[in-house]
Design a protein around this ligand. Structure first.
Ligand SMILES: *[C@@H]1O[C@H](CO)[C@@H](O)[C@H](O)[C@H]1NC(C)=O
Ligand SMILES: *[C@@H]1O[C@H](CO)[C@@H](O)[C@H](O)[C@H]1NC(C)=O
Ligand SMILES: *[C@@H]1O[C@H](CO)[C@@H](O)[C@H](O)[C@H]1NC(C)=O
Ligand SMILES: *[C@@H]1O[C@H](CO)[C@@H](O)[C@H](O)[C@H]1NC(C)=O
Ligand SMILES: *[C@@H]1O[C@H](CO)[C@@H](O)[C@H](O)[C@H]1NC(C)=O
Ligand SMILES: *[C@@H]1O[C@H](CO)[C@@H](O)[C@H](O)[C@H]1NC(C)=O
Ligand SMILES: *[C@@H]1O[C@H](CO)[C@@H](O)[C@H](O)[C@H]1NC(C)=O
Ligand SMILES: *[C@@H]1O[C@H](CO)[C@@H](O)[C@H](O)[C@H]1NC(C)=O
Length: 650
């Protein structure tokens, strides 16, 4: 195995080339990150533990001077036909998750009969609001993955350093069909649908087994197959010659598309996704200009990109210059412009996709590459940012976006299992951006027929943005943000909603996403429910749901909605809009796992039959036994000889 110092040297070299690009980079065989590097700027103390448990709390940025108005009106149209510039029809599945293939056994389960219960519970929360949850299993490792019939010791996945000739030392990832059965079993419990990737490291020896087995085992739970992951970085990473360009990718995509068409074991071959450029070395336009869309129109399910708005690489790797100061970066995330600016250069591609009749997917994103920022990525501010960014992508005619899930050594996870050696007594830690996924699911709802518009509210203030969401042609919900933090209440605002083409209803209902400060990590509530603190979650919402009723003045055609500083309010304009996105009960699952402290419980097969719906009033689903916390059995072992720094630090 290559030595750590040699790797650092290699990485420094690579970093010099990479500097400036917001690419997602995973380097394998590196020593655990957090144990080695000071990770925070907290005064006086330097935290050296796992990133995901970094306690750094940042101060909220000051209130702008002059502050935005705290009393303003928003005139809405009740009928979508009176509104110009609405998005394409969207689904509540808009936000999904991207899970690096090499870490599925930590997050999803060890094998098809050993699933991570908190993961099931979390996915169930999304699916019960959106109708389904979309999950991508892939990433850098997908290109070097190989499906094998079996592995020793009953393992379902194993990484090997076989000396793959590339500087990032991407290991060979061997996996068995058990992994696909695991995904299938998850889908039989919650309505999860999957994106997989066809390995592309060697197009003269194609490995199409993931398509063959994936389609057979997952059937219509398989959404599509990614062909190529960040191909614009292949040359930099040494996975292709330095001359590798968009036309080379075009050619290789064609080879794979043709091989899939000709493979009788692959019944569906029009489900491919590309180009998934990292928008590092190529612009998406460089690929469109090859004629990619026209040439492969019959093979393409969707067009994709991967992008992070910022990077924290300098804090981790030499060669990137002075590390950024999280406190200084924080304010950049706490404005409406943040999301807009991040995707501004992709609007042309979104329009091109729409014209071609293809969905446009942000296949991988989060706050910042290289693990995110301490104090930012794990803050309530990030929850507001992710919510606004998601709705902004929706308004900009993206079809979906997938939030990346890393390991213990990143700050930005929507959810994180406890470290391996603590899994018998600790539970999961839910990141603030998971709340954003729930709120986006509710904002867009389960009908697949939502359209959204940016309201440019309060004179297009950067601190107090808003959106209106139409469903089946009528105003359904209004989303209102307050990015400011002011415990005195002086910067809470009151928006007065009125209608231009109708009279407001007698009352509206409001769900709030709240925390005392944008710097807060854990005291976060959605409609008064929470996932609790560090190690505090079994994947179910805790506490009593509270939905506020606001009486409107129909005579004055006005509903006054208060939005605390900081906070987010989702205003439901009709009862239907509320009920369809508010599950009265959510399927929850008892642990299947052996633990030292609890009896095992296996999933009741009757649950399988009933757990896919939403708003299932009548569902009496197996929940954990009373008084018990859903103890999680995590990993029993770390795959020998493998150091994926994103996961093995525990
Ligand atoms: C699944 O993993 C559990 C825990 O390691 C193990 O006990 C069980 O035998 C495995 N099942 C299969 C079918 O490999
Ligand atoms: C999961 O998949 C396996 C096949 O690997 C099957 O035998 C098992 O019954 C399934 N379990 C559940 C809970 O669906
Ligand atoms: C491609 O990946 C496979 C599986 O990891 C590996 O066996 C093979 O050597 C790789 N080929 C190239 C050209 O990198
Ligand atoms: C999104 O697409 C719709 C329908 O084509 C269009 O009217 C709207 O202007 C687009 N939005 C943006 C932000 O480009
Ligand atoms: C929404 O779309 C999904 C996927 O196309 C489909 O399975 C689901 O039935 C649709 N929901 C509604 C309410 O039409
Ligand atoms: C949690 O935040 C709320 C405001 O969102 C505040 O009222 C409450 O006191 C906080 N609780 C704790 C324990 O900090
Ligand atoms: C919010 O939740 C807490 C904890 O579950 C509960 O005590 C409180 O009554 C709830 N608030 C409302 C207004 O329902
Ligand atoms: C878990 O493992 C880490 C790293 O090896 C170690 O620092 C920590 O003390 C262990 N924790 C427990 C509770 O064993």
């Amino acid at each position: 195995m290559i030595s750590v110092s040699l790797l650092w040297a290699l990485y420094a070299l690579l970093a010099t080339v990479l500097n400036g690009a917001h690419a997602s980079v995973t380097v394998y065989s590196q020593q655990p990150l957090a144990a080695a590097s000071p990770t925070t700027t907290a005064s006086g103390t330097i935290y050296t533990g796992l990133a995901v448990y970094d306690p750094l709390v940042l101060s909220p940025p000051p209130i702008p001077n002059p502050p935005p108005s705290t009393q303003f009106g928003i005139t809405l149209q009740n009928s979508a036909s009176n509104v110009g510039g609405l998005s394409i029809p969207l689904s509540g599945t808009f936000y999904g998750f991207s899970v690096e293939m090499s870490v599925v056994t930590q997050v999803l389960g060890l094998n098809a009969s050993f699933l991570q219960v908190p993961f099931l519970n979390l996915m169930s929360l999304v699916a019960s609001r959106a109708g389904a949850v979309y999950i991508r299993v892939g990433g850098n490792t997908q290109d070097y993955a190989s499906l094998v019939p079996s592995l020793g010791d009953g393992k379902s996945i194993e990484k090997q350093q076989t000396g793959n000739g590339n500087p990032t030392q991407t290991p060979t990832l061997l996996f068995t069909p058990e992994i696909l059965y695991m995904l299938s079993n998850i889908s039989s419990l919650v309505n999860a649908k999957w994106y997989l990737g066809v390995p592309m490291n060697d197009t003269s020896n194609l490995r199409l087994q993931i398509a063959e087995y994936g389609e057979r085992i997952l059937g219509d739970k398989l959404l599509g197959l990614q062909v190529g992951n960040e191909p614009d970085l292949y040359a930099r990473h040494g996975h292709r010659p330095s001359t590798y360009g968009p036309y080379d990718y075009f050619g290789e995509f064609g080879q794979i598309a043709l091989a899939l068409e000709q493979d009788s074991a692959v019944p569906v071959s029009n489900n491919l996704i590309g180009p998934s450029v990292a928008t590092g070395d190529w612009h998406p336009e460089d690929v469109w200009n090859t004629g990619f869309i026209q040439a492969y129109s019959n093979n393409l399910l969707a067009l994709s990109v991967e992008h992070y708005p910022d990077d924290n690489c300098a804090a981790i790797y030499p060669g990137f210059g002075t590390p950024k100061d999280p406190q200084a970066e924080f304010a950049n995330f706490l404005t409406h412009s943040a999301g807009r600016d991040t995707i501004g250069y992709l609007l042309n591609s979104a329009a091109i996709a729409q014209q071609a009749g293809k969905p446009f997917i942000m296949f991988e994103t989060n706050t910042a590459s290289c693990g995110g920022f301490p104090g930012i990525s794990d803050s309530f501010g990030a929850a507001l940012w992710a919510l606004d960014y998601g709705l902004q992508m929706a308004y900009s005619n993206f079809s979906h976006a997938l939030l990346h899930v890393g390991g213990q050594d990143v700050y930005y996870n929507p959810f994180t299992p406890p470290p391996t050696n603590q899994s018998v007594y600790h539970q999961w830690t839910i990141g603030p951006i998971f709340y954003s996924v729930l709120a986006v699911a509710e904002a867009l709802g389960p009908t697949n027929n939502s359209q959204i518009i940016d309201l440019f509210a309060n004179g297009n203030s950067d601190e107090t943005p808003g959106y209106a969401i139409y469903e089946n042609g009528n105003l359904a919900r209004v989303a209102l943000f307050n990015y400011m933090t002011d415990p005195s209440g002086a910067n809470d605002y009151v928006a007065t909603l009125s209608m231009g083409d109708a009279v407001v209803p007698a009352q509206v209902q409001v769900k709030y996403l709240l925390a005392p400060s944008v710097g807060e990590h854990f005291n976060i509530t959605w409609a008064n429910q929470t996932f609790g603190g560090q190690f505090g979650a079994d994947g179910r919402l805790q506490g009593t749901e509270y939905i506020q009723t606001v009486a409107c003045d129909t005579g004055a055609n006005a509903c006054q909605v208060r939005v605390p500083a900081p906070g987010f309010a989702l205003v439901f304009m009709t009862n239907d809009a509320l009920e369809e996105a508010t599950p009265t009960s959510t399927a929850t699952f008892a642990t299947t796992a052996y633990t030292k402290t609890m009896n095992t419980a296996s999933i009741d097969p009757s649950v399988l039959a009933t757990s896919n719906g939403h708003s299932g009033k009548d569902l009496q689903l197996g929940s954990t036994s009373s008084g018990s916390i859903c103890n999680i059995h995590g990993l029993l072992y770390v795959v020998v000889g493998v150091e994926d720094w994103r996961w093995c630090a525990g």
